[in-house]
Design a binder for this molecule. Structure first.
Ligand SMILES: C[S@@+](CC[C@H](N)C(=O)[O-])C[C@H]1O[C@@H](n2cnc3c(N)ncnc32)[C@H](O)[C@@H]1O
Length: 414
């Protein structure tokens, strides 16, 4: 038996948690550290994401029940176990069933800790169940591991009831969506054409070959909306701004079905990933450039058109529409981001407008549910650019649309 097979998934997750506890990199960085080739990858990932999702709640539990902050190894172990128990309690209301599970975790703790420390683990885990039973009386910021300033923000924008729906949506398990024109029997239909879910996580191995052949993509149904708003016809020229890692570029290429031309732009440091993801597409031109500095000259130098039938700008944003998939977003955002991001988004959109043909369409999109990054940016843009008019839009709210949230706005150049 190889070394990595002897290690159980919770131990793999624990190793990643110890790193996540001290660093400030994005979630994807830590997920990449997990070994995808082992069959228990999904389990280890699940253990890790449970802790990330319920971070504030779990830290509060420890603070309430432990006098002295435990050392990192103990803290990570306790967060992992209590996180797992909480997830089962929440999903199945499984109170009595937790007791044998707790016994099992106390047994496992013997592989890591002294007998005195294991007694401590045992005593602490017994306190989890009464804590879970009164969880709904905790302040929302603790119960749903969401910073207070964000609660206030979304209460102001959407009201109390929708805020609660949003928080509940965010803490549910992630659904993996697959976009494909060639589904197999392991994929289940969804209300959205060409988007499927896996019947069972075990069947991932039957979908992987489709993904490796470039016949299927892991993509949320929300991503279809900005591309639909582009209203692409055969033979059109499309400028895809803020294109990396290339999810929407691929959708655009498929809609063009071998015709037309696509130019995809992102920062030079993100070109490698964009290139890897679009390598199968022969008629995509890549351009590494800061869009705030992008000018006609950049296109002329490469003998590319300076104006396009359709321009998509999929701006950097707060990611508040994708918290279920990226729960760490909540801990990295600060109130300052909501001052800075709309200014950056407006500046990017303004420059994007320069490359639209007369009569052509400009689509602005985000994966944020924040009106200041969506409707407000468009309002400001239209105020300053009377050469454009809003012709269509859709703001997806996860608790209503049942998929990722985000805004998409279609502007026509007169
Ligand atoms: C939301 S992501 C785009 C996702 C992409 N459209 C897709 O569907 O896969 C935002 C992108 O904006 C890029 N970006 C942010 N500021 C930029 C700038 N000033 N110039 C060019 N690209 C920028 C980031 O590098 C990032 O790749």
């Amino acid at each position: 038996m190889k070394f990595h097979e002897e290690i159980e998934p919770w131990q793999n997750a624990l190793a990643i948690l110890a790193k996540w506890d001290k660093a400030d990199k994005k979630l994807d960085y830590y997920l990449e550290l997990l070994d995808k080739s082992v069959p228990t990858y999904a389990l280890a990932r699940g253990y890790f994401l449970n802790v990330v999702k319920h971070k504030i709640f779990l830290e509060y539990f420890l603070k309430q029940h432990v006098l002295k902050p435990p050392q990192r190894k103990m803290k990570c172990f306790l967060m992992l176990v209590v996180g797992q128990l909480w997830e089962l309690f929440r999903e199945k209301g499984a109170s009595d069933a937790l007791i044998p599970l707790i016994n099992g975790w106390v047994e496992r703790s013997k592989r890591l800790f002294s007998s005195k420390e294991c007694n401590f683990v045992n005593a602490l885990l017994r306190k989890a169940l009464p804590f879970f039973q009164q969880a709904d009386t905790l302040p929302l910021a603790i119960r749903y591991s969401t910073p207070e300033f964000l609660l206030q923000r979304y209460c102001k924008h959407y009201g109390n009831e929708a805020l609660l729906e949003y928080l509940k949506w965010n803490e549910e398990r992630t659904i993996v969506y697959i976009r494909t024109h060639t589904p197999n029997k392991y994929l289940k239909e969804t209300p959205w054409p060409d988007f499927y879910t896996l019947d069972n996580a075990e069947n991932w191995r039957y979908v992987l070959p489709l993904i490796c052949e470039g016949k299927a993509y892991v993509q949320d149904p929300m991503t279809r909306i900005p591309v639909e708003l582009l209203r692409i016809n055969s033979g059109m020229s499309i400028l895809d701004l803020c294109a990396a890692p290339g999810g929407k570029t691929l959708q655009i290429v498929q809609t063009l079905n071998g015709s037309g031309r696509v130019v995809a732009v992102d920062l030079p440091e993100h070109m490698k990933r964009l290139k890897a993801n679009t390598q199968r597409c022969s008629h995509v031109h890549l351009l590494g450039k800061n869009i705030l500095e992008l000018s006609s000259k950049d296109f002329e130098q490469r003998q590319l058109p300076t104006t396009y039938d359709r321009v998509l700008i999929d701006v950097p944003c707060s990611n508040t529409g994708v918290v279920r998939r990226k729960p760490d977003v909540l801990y990295r955002l600060t109130p300052k981001d909501f001052d800075y991001l709309p200014k950056l988004q407006l500046a990017l959109l303004k420059n994007a407008g320069n490359f639209v043909k007369s009569g052509g369409l400009l689509v602005y999109s985000t994966c944020s549910v924040d009106p200041e990054e969506n409707q407000e940016v468009i309002k400001q843009f239209l105020k300053q650019n009377n050469g454009f008019q809003l012709v269509d839009s859709h703001v997806s709210l996860p608790w209503i649309d049942q998929h990722d949230g985000g805004g998409a706005f279609c502007l026509k150049k007169r």
